[in-house]
Design a protein around this ligand. Structure first.
Ligand SMILES: O=C(O)[C@@H](CO)OP(=O)(O)O
Ligand SMILES: [Mn+2]
Ligand SMILES: [Mn+2]
Length: 559
């Protein structure tokens, strides 16, 4: 698609004297259930409460399902699709949908990626590595099973699966169900003469699936288990591994997210697989952030992030190409969503200066995802990206995370007068929400609200404007609920915590001293979603946007 990148002045909204603050509160949904388990509701949030009360300057946006390019409206939103939509101002068919399509039509098995791994089928091992979950955020089990069956039908003689347990996008403890299911599929393949087994695994938060280089040691642990066949724990089968590592019934049970790495061994006590030269390796996650580091380790011959000990020359493919700038991995099964003409590119091409900041855990969300899964800059002269290193502990232990530091960096950037747009993301409601710790999540929502208040004060001081929003729900519901009554589920006298995102819409608030009083949000777009935000941002900066469909058009107009 070719774009006319020249932004034109908005006919009614003048350009601002001051900067525009774009503030994403990650995982801060507007949930209709307002009870004790809605941490956003319980927290003391005078600032966001006041934003909600301004007539014509607050609305909610769809942030899940088809409104953000996911296969179905039962799919919760997530940071990847959310920030893609926010940054691109488009409805994009996302990885989950594209893989579904490629399996349905069979194109997954007839493309270049599949042709690249196929030579390993007859005499070598085909490995699958990824998140074993039906959460639909990073991967889906039905897609893995489709690939496994497709490989066996096409002559793969030896298959090994290395999986990460979830408990974050799906209930804790569901790992057992997924492993039973996977064992069933592998048995089915074995009956057709394919030697198919589980080989290694571990919990997603401490094995393999690190992101944004927060902690390479996580990837090293995965490498050791999947590639070298080395781990602190060896088991004869995966179900025993999970039961043992979860330490159920003990004083300190371990959740699926945090299981130690383990390796499955055979009767001879040797690992049932290591990854060797000429083997094929498929990473079956469609989402990029948490498999880019492993992709680098599998693909790059020059590599210093950790000692790989051995670097097998494999036929490695990603489910998708994860990084459009690095073209990583070189080989992939399904072409990734084509995201072009993102708001970042428009800003850069019009000489507008941007300051972007978050902490490590969300840094790539407001850069990489925002820019359409590209890890580079559009124009390094015009874009300043600041990453504040995240802690490397479970985030309920330090629920303030780096909110204060991000707030200070944002205020300084606003005051500097050097930027047209200051874009930040507060990680807490999402990252602490994922721990299922209600108290810690309430605490961090209160802190984030304070930070937003301070930022908005500086916006006013600079005669600027603001847009505050979120990418999906999470902190707004911390309890698993009965389907019909929506009452929290209680087990052994305790409410069962919800660690996942929610399907709630998200807030959109605009304002600032520099915004003329008659600028209001349209009230005729009840199904507006995150894809409408980019246009709103340009309007707030005093520009008209004339994107053709599927861009979603102006959302912010005089009324
Ligand atoms: O932590 C993650 O990887 C996902 C949940 O799987 O959360 P988010 O989409 O908010 O990054
Ligand atoms: Mn998020
Ligand atoms: Mn999240």
């Amino acid at each position: 698609m070719s774009y006319d990148f020249q932004l034109k002045p908005h006919p009614k909204i003048p350009k601002s004297d001051g900067p525009l603050l774009v503030c994403v509160l990650d995982g801060y949904g507007e949930n209709k259930i307002k009870d004790d388990y809605n941490a956003v509701h319980v927290a003391d949030t005078p600032c966001t409460d006041a934003l909600r009360a301004v007539p014509g300057r607050f609305c909610t946006l769809q942030a899940h399902g088809k409104a953000v390019g996911l296969p179905s409206n039962d799919d919760m939103g997530n940071s990847e699709v959310g920030h893609n939509a926010l940054g691109a101002g488009q409805l994009i068919d996302q990885g989950a949908s594209l893989v579904d399509g490629a399996l349905r039509t069979g194109s997954l098995f007839s493309g270049e990626g599949w042709a690249y791994i196929a030579p390993a089928f007859a005499g070598n091992t085909l490995h699958f590595i990824g998140l074993l979950s039906d959460g639909g955020v990073h991967s889906r089990t039905d897609q893995l099973y489709g690939c496994l069956r497709g490989a066996a039908e096409r002559g793969a003689k030896k298959i090994r699966v290395h999986f990460l347990t979830d408990g974050r996008d799906v209930p804790d403890g569901s790992s057992l169900k997924f492993v039973e299911e996977l064992e069933g599929v592998l048995k089915e393949l074995a009956a057709t003469g394919c030697d198919a087994k589980i080989a290694s695994g571990g919990g997603r938060m401490c094995v393999t699936m690190d992101r944004y280089e927060a902690d390479w040691n996580i990837v090293k642990k995965g490498w050791d288990a999947h590639v070298l066949g080395q781990a602190p724990h060896y088991f004869k089968d995966a179900l025993s591994a999970l039961k043992e590592l979860r330490k159920e019934g003990s004083e300190k049970p371990v959740s699926d997210q945090w299981l130690d790495p383990f390796v499955i061994v055979g009767e001879d006590d040797k690992p049932v697989a290591t990854i060797e030269d000429d083997d094929a390796v498929v990473i079956f996650n469609f989402r990029a952030d948490r498999v880019i580091e492993l992709s680098k380790a599998l693909e790059y011959s020059e590599f210093t992030a950790f000692d790989r000990v051995r670097f097998p020359k494999t036929r490695f493919v990603g489910m998708m190409q994860y990084d459009g700038d690095l073209k990583l991995p070189t080989n992939y099964l399904v072409p990734p969503p084509a995201i072009s003409g993102t708001s970042g590119e428009f800003l850069a091409k019009n000489g507008l200066r941007t300051f972007v900041c978050s902490e490590t855990q969300k840094f790539g969300h407001v850069t990489f995802f925002w820019n359409g899964n590209r890890s580079g800059y559009f124009d390094e002269e015009l874009e300043t990206y600041v990453e504040i290193p995240s802690d490397t502990v479970p985030f309920n232990e330090l629920p303030d995370m780096k909110a204060r530091e991000i707030c200070e960096a944002g205020k300084e950037a606003l005051r500097s007068g050097r930027y047209d747009q200051v874009r930040i993301n507060f990680a807490n409601p999402d990252m602490v929400g994922h721990t299922g710790d209600l108290e810690a999540t309430v605490r961090c929502c209160t802190l984030v609200d304070k930070c937003v208040k301070e930022l908005l004060e500086v916006v006013d001081e600079m005669n600027g404007r603001f847009l505050v929003t979120s990418d999906h729900g999470n902190a707004d519901d911390m309890a698993q609920r009965e389907k019909k009554t929506l009452k929290p589920i209680v087990q052994e006298g305790k409410v069962v915590s919800l660690t996942s995102h929610t399907l709630a819409p998200v807030p959109l608030a605009i304002g600032g001293k520099g915004l003329p009083a008659d600028v209001k949000l349209r009230d005729d777009l009840p199904s507006a979603g995150l894809g409408n935000v980019a246009a709103t941002i340009f309007n707030l900066m005093g520009f008209e946007v004339s994107w053709a469909e599927p861009k979603t058009g102006n959302h912010c107009v005089l009324r």
